[in-house]
Design a protein around this ligand. Structure first.
Ligand SMILES: [Zn+2]
Length: 275
């Protein structure tokens, strides 16, 4: 097992590179800059031709890049409207099938809105049997207090379904009004995951990492790792990755600089003589 570092979607520098005309070449570019993970964004819909999904998967395999997929934003598994819940389930399954063609194992999604997560759990139970083998749905921790997706929500969904967690540290920092300035805040999260979901899940954790700006309702906007005095920073989490012998996937969502954020994480972990 090894740690994976990558970008959420395609960055400005990708489009300015010689690979940048066609996003099916994104894994080759990721590899060329020294990264090994790429989260394909299907946030505006699970729409992709079958041959394109296969081509992207082929490129990723050739250049040894681990793929994951971010599902559509309009998935709301606990909507009060039955048709929205139904459409959300269909979209998630479509995303999972495209993901399978690409060779992706993790489909990230935003769970929904509000405190009532029981419809999220029952929605997931309805589609779990139909998902492709080896592909997991991953509920993400969310940045606004009005959204479902506290750490507790995501833990409970994963305990009661076959989901694996996507821990968005920026979102947790925002939602909990700045909880991740020091190692202690990260340690609480790591220990809760280990206690509730076990060591194997912790070691293979899927993470989003970047600094964020927040207000009283939580998330405002993503910030760039190159800015000063923005949090969370990666250093304290890197120490814990080493201590707990984790090999997470670290996807950078640093504002307009996902590649710089991912390379910075790789460098910080490298300085600890850990990879
Ligand atoms: Zn997300």
């Amino acid at each position: 097992m090894k740690t994976h570092f990558g970008t959420a979607g395609n960055t400005l520098s990708f489009f300015n590179s010689k690979f940048g005309k066609d996003t099916l070449n994104a894994p080759e570019w990721i590899n060329s800059i020294g990264l090994n993970a790429y989260e394909r964004q299907m946030t505006y819909g699970a729409r992709m031709k079958k041959e394109d999904a296969l081509a992207l998967g082929k490129n990723a395999k050739k250049f040894d890049v681990q793929l994951s997929v971010h599902g559509p934003y309009y998935v709301v598994l606990n909507s009060k409207k039955a048709d929205v819940r139904g459409r959300s389930r269909t979209e998630l399954l479509k995303t999972a099938r495209l993901g399978k063609m690409m060779g992706a194992k993790k489909i990230i999604f935003h769970p929904g809105f509000g405190d009532d997560i029981s419809p999220i759990i029952s929605s997931l139970k309805k589609i779990e049997a139909d998902r492709p083998k080896g592909v997991f749905f991953c509920p993400e921790t969310m940045g606004k207090m009005s959204q479902s997706g506290s750490l507790g929500d995501v833990m409970e969904i994963c305990e009661k379904t076959e989901c694996k967690p996507c821990i968005d540290f920026g979102h947790l920092h925002a939602r909990n009004l700045g909880s991740l300035k020091k190692e202690e805040g990260f340690r609480k999260i790591v220990i809760e995951i280990e206690d509730r979901l076990g060591k194997t899940v912790l070691k293979d954790l899927h993470c989003h990492f970047y600094p964020i700006e927040f207000g009283e309702k939580g998330e405002k906007k993503h910030r760039a790792v190159t800015e000063k005095n923005v949090f969370p920073r990666f250093e304290p989490f890197a120490e814990l990755i080493k201590e707990f012998k984790m090999h997470p996937t670290l996807i950078s969502e640093s504002r307009d600089s996902q590649d710089i954020g991912a390379l910075q994480m790789k460098k910080i972990l490298g300085k600890l003589k850990y990879s």
